[in-house]
Design a protein around this ligand. Structure first.
Ligand code: ATP
Ligand code: MG
Length: 434
């Protein structure tokens, strides 16, 4: 008889591009932990907040703090004008104004596999990629520790099959960098033992029973991942795995490129600049580049002023959230209005147009599924069920593609935001629960 109040044997953590979550593995069960002040959410947005005073926060707390005080600046008009690269108190110092006291980072997961990217520098302080990830992992661990009798020091961390941002010509080096940063983050967050598991494998092993051939597709914010499990000879094994760096954020970027940017007239900007404005994550890098205000001033005109407002007047967070919300609305409505009055944006979006614009990305996803099936030497007709998870799996055109390949009756929706973290907890139980 298992003691129902036994201490947890480990945690499972799904550090997502957009959302993160934690599960608690006991010898006899796995629980996905409700998070936040009222314990009403199952996930935490993967935001990291940094303040020049040393304060760091993750998730909802990061967003709340930033929205309250993110506009505060230290006036740098009187700072010595330093040449680029000079060590100043405030590396984001720019001639046109002050220097923000706080930063809100999103999409840190993208940076995990970038070999040449050491981290971010703010206020003359280096934040390594691992230490940024650790802010999120620590917050999750603290919440779990507070909810159990005795906190766990072991964790199973999920990872995409292919990291977004990985160098395709040297996958091994990118993967090694990403795993070492994830491990460093886990150690910094207080874990002593770390195991890894591909996210789609977690989604399939979280199922209570296995039979025939099952595949799990996890279409998230940063990547699409797929695992094929073959249980036909009585023993379950992962026979194929594949992934591609296509996720909801890329799709938000397509909406920007094809509808929102043109509606604002921003396509007249130089190509490189227009491209960097596509998503919240790429804009983060623009904001950290001290040369941009001078370039915008040189370009001049109403479009450069719009870009300036977007980057430096605190609109970026709400602007990209509005684009994402419109994309999400298109999963349940044929048409939606996207308005963002601070920049004078009003555009009507149609699902049919959006879905034809994202066809190239959906084709990459279909090819990834094909590669996983090929690796497993399995035909689509042999697949008994397809388990869907990840927020982007709600996109009707994606579901239609799956239905065409496997048949509508084979598709089974799982919880979009907790199926992976639940499976990571199941893995922790398998590893440490006996
Ligand atoms: N109803 C919906 N329709 C379309 N997209 C959606 C919907 N709901 C959420 N999304 C998108 O799903 C993404 C977040 O999904 P999820 O939380 O599964 O990703 P993640 O786990 O953070 O990312 P990853 O696993 O790729 O690192 C976001 O891009 C969000 O806009
Ligand atoms: Mg995910």
């Amino acid at each position: 008889m298992v003691n129902p109040t036994a201490a947890p044997v480990g945690y499972g953590i799904d550090f997502g591009t957009s959302n993160s979550a934690i599960s608690v593995a006991y010898p006899d069960r796995v629980e996905v932990l409700p998070l936040g002040p009222s314990r009403s959410a199952m996930t935490l947005p993967s935001f990291v907040y940094l303040h020049r005073g040393g304060r760091r926060a993750a998730g909802d707390e990061a967003v709340r703090t930033f929205l309250k005080s993110g506009h505060e600046k230290t006036d740098c008009w009187n700072c010595a004008l330093a040449p680029y690269g000079w060590d100043t108190d405030c590396r984001q110092y720019r001639k046109g104004g002050g220097c923000n006291d706080a930063r809100l980072l999103s999409g840190v997961k993208h940076d995990l596999a970038k070999v040449g990217f050491a981290g971010t520098n703010s206020w003359a302080t280096d934040f390594t990629v691992g230490s940024l990830v650790a802010v999120v992992l620590r917050r999750l661990k603290n919440e779990a520790d507070a909810a159990v009798d005795e906190g766990a020091r072991r964790v199973v961390l999920g990872h995409p099959v292919v990291f977004a941002g990985a160098d395709p010509s040297d996958r091994a080096a990118s993967d090694a960098e990403a795993f070492s940063r994830l491990e460093q983050a886990a150690v910094e967050a207080g874990f002593e033992e770390v195991a890894f598991l591909p996210e789609p494998t977690a989604a399939v092993i979280g199922e209570p029973t296995h039979h025939g051939v099952e595949i799990a597709v996890d279409f998230g914010g940063g990547t699409f991942d797929v695992a094929v499990m073959d249980s036909r000879d009585g023993e379950s094994r992962i026979a194929g795995l594949s992934g591609v760096a296509v996720g909801g954020e890329v799709l938000d970027g397509v909406l920007f490129e094809t509808s929102v940017g043109p509606a604002l007239g921003l396509e007249v900007l130089p190509n490189w600049l227009f491209n960097e404005l596509r998503t919240a994550s790429s804009v983060r890098l623009l904001m950290a580049d001290p040369g941009i205000p001078a370039i915008l001033a040189r370009i001049g005109g109403k479009e450069a002023e719009l870009a300036h407002a977007l980057l430096y007047q605190g609109y970026a967070y709400d602007f990209y959230k509005a684009i994402e919300a419109a994309k999400i609305a298109l999963s349940s409505s044929e048409v939606t209005e996207l308005r963002f009055s601070p920049l004078g944006l009003h555009v009507t979006l149609r699902r049919t147009a959006f879905e034809s614009m994202i066809r190239p990305e959906l084709d990459l996803v279909r090819e990834a599924i094909g590669r996983a099936l090929d690796e497993a030497r399995i035909q689509a007709t042999e697949v008994e069920r397809v388990l869907l998870t990840g927020g982007s799996a709600y996109i009707p055109a994606f579901r239609d593609d799956l239905a065409r390949t496997f048949g509508e009756d084979r598709l089974e929706q799982r919880d979009a935001f907790t199926a992976v973290v639940h499976g990571l907890g199941v893995r922790a139980q398998q590893l440490w629960g006996l």
